[in-house]
Design a protein around this ligand. Structure first.
Ligand SMILES: [Zn+2]
Length: 327
């Protein structure tokens, strides 16, 4: 059982996708807005996967009901309520701008609505910052348009550029010009790597793209020299244990049919000295929340002081926490 002293600690959440945080009831509200009747039971059925492709299909389905800026405002509001319930005071939320552009939406208009929705929560002690995320399999040109959208939005609340999606699809080096443009625009550099891909994906992201944190990165456990590199260079892994179990990513990394939380490499990575930020990834789609992730870490055998260390690391590796605190 997670001690109350840990549950009550203020925390930062650094790897959470806005579109993966849409609770089933809210999905039904969205579909109804767009004249599609969906039962909550159907959403719950779709929120169950046996592999990573199944998860990506569900992500595509749910985001197909994000059709205008009011939809984005609604899901931002609901995410903020959820974060506050779990003592999150600061979050860097990933926004799939690549998907907005694919659907010919205006990221500028959607983001303005998102900012307005999030603003209401500042007075309640929750500060949000944003990560504009491209979809890897859409390619470097589409990713460059995501960077351009961030520039168009011209908001100090956008702190980073990242890439998610199918990490096996396109070579890492093809994105180098995109990351150079993101850096020139003043954005921090992130990527999902070593989730379903091997440790070489993480190494490339660090050595070629100079990323400052790695989304997931659980494949690092297969490569001791990479673990040393991450520890020595103080490059955090954004670890999302329940996501890794539910997408099949952990089973794939360990080459097993079945895995449990006890098989997760979080304790070894942490005790190797790699900075770890514990996160939820897509909380609604993985039936989790930040308290649940801390409980999972406790089940893996982390001590109370290690759990406190994780909560402190979530602030230490945030990109804009100190300026947010001075607001
Ligand atoms: Zn993610």
């Amino acid at each position: 059982m997670l001690p109350d002293s840990i549950r009550q600690l203020p925390k930062a959440e650094l790897h959470v996708h806005l579109e993966g945080a849409i609770q089933p009831a809210t999905v039904c509200t969205l579909t109804a807005r767009h004249r599609v009747t969906t039962a909550e039971s159907e959403v719950r059925r779709r929120y169950n996967y046996t592999d990573f492709v199944g998860f990506l299909d569900a992500f595509k389905w749910v985001t197909s009901f994000l059709r205008d800026s009011a939809d984005y405002a609604l899901i931002t509001h609901n995410l903020c309520e959820e974060l506050l319930r779990h003592r999150v005071v600061y979050a860097e939320v990933t926004l799939s701008v690549g998907v907005m552009l694919l659907r010919n939406q205006s990221p500028e208009r959607n983001f303005a609505a998102i900012l307005r929705a999030a603003e209401d929560f500042e007075s309640r002690g929750l500060t949000l910052r944003w990560i504009f995320d491209a979809v890897r399999q859409f390619g470097p040109d589409a990713a460059m348009r995501v960077v351009q959208s961030a520039k168009n939005c011209a908001s100090s609340r956008i702190v980073a550029f990242g890439i998610g999606g199918d990490e096996l699809s396109i070579p890492t080096k093809d994105f180098l010009p995109v990351y150079a443009a993101a850096s020139a625009a003043g954005l921090h550099r992130l990527i999902h790597a070593g989730e379903i891909g091997g440790p070489e994906r993480i190494r490339e992201a660090v050595e070629i793209l100079r990323v400052e944190r790695v989304g997931h990165g659980i494949a690092a456990i297969q490569d001791p020299s990479l673990m040393d590199l991450l520890a020595d260079c103080r490059i955090p892994l954004e670890i999302c244990p329940i996501s890794n179990v539910r997408t099949g990513a952990l089973a794939r990394q360990l080459d097993r049919n079945r895995v449990t939380l006890q098989d997760h490499p979080l304790p070894q990575l942490l005790r190797h000295g790699i900075p770890i930020v514990l996160s939820t990834d897509d909380p609604a789609m993985f039936h989790t929340d930040l308290s649940g992730e801390y409980a999972a870490a406790e089940q893996m055998g982390l001590s109370e002081s290690e759990l406190r260390q994780l909560a402190a690391a979530s602030f230490a590796h945030a990109f804009d926490f100190s300026s947010a605190r001075s607001l």
